[in-house]
Write a protein that binds this ligand. Structure first.
Ligand code: ADP
Ligand code: MG
Length: 260
């Protein structure tokens, strides 16, 4: 049964989509079966997976609102060697229509129930807000991975986000866990980044991944090439960092299972 991980942070530009695409590809490279769901109407994860969002016939809209079977909406084996459920501007309409439908919080969870056994990991790239789409993602997930930039105010935002996640979880998904907090676009020469990073570790302890994602131009360039960074420049520090993150996620899961 797949482990379903939402990649969420209500702030935009913190590296959610970059993380979603590159961690999905890295997991797939370790021979895991991976599904990536692009729940952001911006469709950046779709484009970054080499799928033209303007051409996508089926998206999360068809899955959530028309209740088309997942089999009909999944795009197989994208440039990152994972399967994809695409996102584009139609998903904005889905967000609005969700308000009118039955069981609106659990549409995604119900849709995934039928296909979860085919994957090892399902990653959900969330929009930069805590809207009905994000509620659907959290309701469908085992855990949340929170990417963050080590900036001034980042901790404040993070504490607020964690509170919201916990409140939401208590209503729609009491078993939801924090998968981990990921430091993105990290520049070790920046003193403020180091300070915030230290505070973060003090505050969130083991929940902070050891793996740090450096600021790396290859990660920013890869989407225009239509593939995750490891297929654009596999020796780049960005590609290597996301491979390391995939390894850390797998090790953590094994450790948790050993304890349970
Ligand atoms: P979000 O999905 O949270 O809005 P993105 O993943 O789209 O964030 O990242 C925002 C911008 O920063 C994008 O232009 C992306 O290419 C760039 N970016 C993300 N991570 C890195 C990184 N580690 N190094 C350099 N650029 C990055
Ligand atoms: Mg994004």
């Amino acid at each position: 049964m797949a482990r379903v991980i939402s990649i969420a942070n209500q702030k935009g530009g913190v590296g959610k989509t970059t993380t979603a695409v590159n961690v999905a590809a890295s997991m797939a490279a370790t021979k895991r079966k991976v599904l990536l769901i692009d729940l952001d109407p911006q469709g950046n994860a779709t484009m970054g997976s080499g799928v033209d969002k303007y051409e996508a016939e089926n998206t999360c809209y068809e899955l959530l609102i028309e209740e088309k079977p997942a089999d009909d909406v999944i795009i197989k084996n994208t440039s990152g060697k994972y399967d994809l459920i695409a996102g584009n501007s139609d998903v904005t309409a889905a967000e609005i229509k969700l308000m009118e439908v039955f069981a609106r919080e659990v549409r995604l969870r119900n849709a995934l129930a039928k296909i979860k056994d085919r994957y090892d990991y399902v990653f959900i790239d969330c929009p930069p807000s805590l809207n009905q789409l994000t509620v659907n993602a959290l309701a469908a997930s085992d855990s949340v991975l929170v990417p963050m930039q080590c900036e001034y105010y980042a901790l404040e935002g993070l504490t607020a986000l964690m509170d919201t996640i916990q409140k939401l979880a208590s209503v729609v998904n009491p078993n939801l866990k924090i998968e981990g907090v990921l430091r993105t676009m990290y520049d070790p020469r920046n003193r403020l980044a180091n300070d915030v990073s230290e505070q973060l570790k003090r505050h969130f302890g083991e929940q902070v991944y050891r793996t740090v994602i450096p600021r790396n131009v290859r990660l920013a360039e890869a989407p225009s090439f239509g593939a995750p960074a490891m297929y654009y420049d596999k020796s780049s520090t960005g590609a290597k960092a996301y491979l390391a993150l995939a390894g850390e996620i797998i090790r953590r899961q094994k450790k948790a299972q050993a304890v349970a």
